[in-house]
Ligand binder design. Sequence first.
Ligand code: SF4
Length: 445
Amino acid sequence: MIKDTFIKPDRETKLETKGGNYFVSNYPPFSFWNEEDLPCVESMLNSPTPGSAPMGIYYHVPFCRKRCHFCYFRVYTDKNSSEVRRYLSATMREFEKYADSPYLKGRMPKFVYFGGGTPSYLSAQQLTELTNRMKDIMPWSEAEEVTFECEPGTLSEKKLQAIKNFGVTRLSLGVENFNDHILETNGRAHRSKEVFNAFKYARSLGFENLNLDLIAGMLGETDGNWSDCIDRTIQLSPDCVTIYQMEVPFNTTIFKNMKEQGKISAPVADWPTKRRWVSEAFARLEEAGYTITSTCTAVKNPQKTKFIYRDRLWSGADMVALGVASFGHLGGIHYQNLTHFDQYCQAMEDGASTLRRALLTTQEERFIRELILQWKLGRVRPSYFLEKFGIQLHERFSSIFEIWKKSGDLIVGEDELVLSRDALLRVDSKLHELFLPQHRDSRYV
Ligand code: SF4
């Protein structure tokens, strides 16, 4: 229940939520990825296999029941069943092409990730057929984790059983909020009743790792409602809780409305408020026995509950990206697929390339990439970077770390650099300081 009034953006502090991406999700920035580097992907695929180097698969399902007002992904809400079938077969052709390449032949994925969009939009039968085909192309027997993102309103007991049967170990429920009015205001398709049902079924089926996503700062969020959301989360007791701070990228409905109304600030809480909400949630989760394991995650049992996809990706693993607009990384080359449905499917049907842009990274860029991504865990280990890249973090960033230390943001331990809780919650605003000079002025996500 909403107990108090809507939080207005803080104009005094100039820390309102404005349009644009705030979070750093990769490096170098996407604006540096280009068409000229596309042939590098092909030559990498034709180069000898790196043997047992870690590799994973990302599969993008671009369909959703409704488009959320804060969504900035490539998603479709209007595709009929024959278009869905067309997409599924295009992605499998794409996968066959990768699996046959000298670079990937014989390698087995260590992780598989179904993201979207809404992977759970697909029917139990579609999912079973799709994953059987995927395993024929590249067996999953060595996969340490299979993650599957769900929209609670698309889940039935039967579908969840199918998801469990094809090997999902980490089920991620996009709950975002427990208040039906807030869910409606933000354009979400599901309601809280569906969350409780989906959660109950998922628990009874015994998924190893059940994650629940929340967003701090949705349209209409209040102190009172946020506190209720944390109560309900703790009552459900998922293995992992992921809390995102709301950002308003340019291609969202919220931003479009702001532009039409000539507004610069988004009608959501300002950054200090959103951070306070995450901070309060983290404190409450800690009281309930959880451990904070990154800028956005709390886990009940850190010994048991891992997030292999994130940890592998953030330490430079190869990742084959399948599907429209997907992002992948092979042998130090970033790439992204074509971003339009027909273009992507047609390219695959014509036997043409589905790639849109790529970036051949330097060793130094790969070092910075891993460093900034690992900072999001709240702690980095200098010996890791010395061993892997031959770089002493203390020497390379001495002046920046000195400033962070003086401001209380950084605590230096033995072979460990740790961010304070306050710094962890605004880590993305600090990361650009570590970028190479040529990347500093660009939009970084
Ligand atoms: S469910 Fe997720 S991917 Fe689909 S529209 Fe909403 S935010 Fe976007």
